[in-house]
Design a protein around this ligand. Structure first.
Ligand SMILES: *[C@@H]1O[C@H](CO)[C@@H](O)[C@H](O)[C@H]1NC(C)=O
Ligand SMILES: *[C@@H]1O[C@H](CO)[C@@H](O)[C@H](O)[C@H]1NC(C)=O
Ligand SMILES: [Ca+2]
Length: 230
């Protein structure tokens, strides 16, 4: 009894450091680079026939909103494929499943210096796909009906990898702040997405990526913005 209590006392600080998570924090990418990025460790493999992906984003518009620039917002890549990439490019926000050219692009407002909660929903069964900007849904599109997102890749913020975890291009890097990257293996309801955008409590726990509990690894010039800024 005595020794197990002692063991608990010694292990607790280690365990809490190890669970990681970025609860109430953000990641700040201060400038365009071809070397700074963050990998996220998913809670389960990304073998998905439906998903909801949400992020809270603000950008440096002078860099990111340049007319010809392609800026990566989220990348999930296996050895051989870009499985799921989200871009702001040439005045549109788009996402691509297992392709770097055949994407679904949406004419929704560009990201700004103030944070936007951007969600993306897709389901294989119908192919229905939409972006949600601060809880408002875009027009639906039908994209990649019958497709399945494959497991075995890496989730990366800040860079677009052209190989498994490399060949970055600074002109595609993310410049700004990212937080609340959460992913579910289902399509949330509009009501749930609106709740999330208003930072209300969420009854359906994010089970693929969860900002407050997942492990992450920072490489290069990425600053963890402390809680007092929120
Ligand atoms: C990035 O863009 C700048 C300005 O357009 C250009 O000079 C440079 O070659 C580009 N870099 C890469 C790696 O494409
Ligand atoms: C992340 O997981 C925790 C429990 O580990 C849960 O309380 C929280 O609501 C989850 N976040 C989201 C956005 O679902
Ligand atoms: Ca690239």
């Amino acid at each position: 009894m005595e020794s197990s209590a002692l063991l608990l006392f010694v292990l607790l600080p280690l365990a809490s450091a190890d669970t990681g998570g970025l609860s109430d924090k953000a990641l700040f990418f201060p400038k365009a680079t071809d070397s700074s990025y963050v990998t996220l460790t998913p809670l389960k493999p990304l073998s998905l026939d439906a998903f909801t992906l949400c992020m809270r984003l603000s950008v440096d518009p002078e860099v990111v909103n340049q007319q010809q620039r392609e800026t990566i917002l989220f990348a999930y890549r296996t050895e051989s494929h870009d499985e799921l990439n989200v871009w702001q490019e040439k005045g549109r926000i788009s996402f691509c499943l297992r392709s770097s050219s055949d994407c679904a692009a949406y004419s929704i407002p560009m990201l700004s210096v103030f944070p936007t909660t951007l969600c993306l929903t897709w389901e294989s069964h119908t192919g229905l796909a939409a972006f949600w900007v601060d809880g408002r849904r875009s027009t639906l599109q039908v994209y990649r009906k019958g497709h399945r997102v494959q497991s075995g890749g890496k989730v990366i913020l800040g860079q677009d990898p052209d190989s498994f975890l490399g060949q970055f291009n600074e002109n595609q890097s993310f410049v700004g702040e990212i937080s609340d990257v959460n992913m579910w293996d289902s399509v949330l309801t509009g009501k749930q997405i609106r709740h999330l955008s208003e930072k209300q409590s969420m009854e359906l726990t994010a089970n693929v990526l969860n900002w407050s509990s997942m492990q992450f690894n920072i490489v290069g010039n990425v600053i963890v913005v402390p809680e007092k800024y929120f």
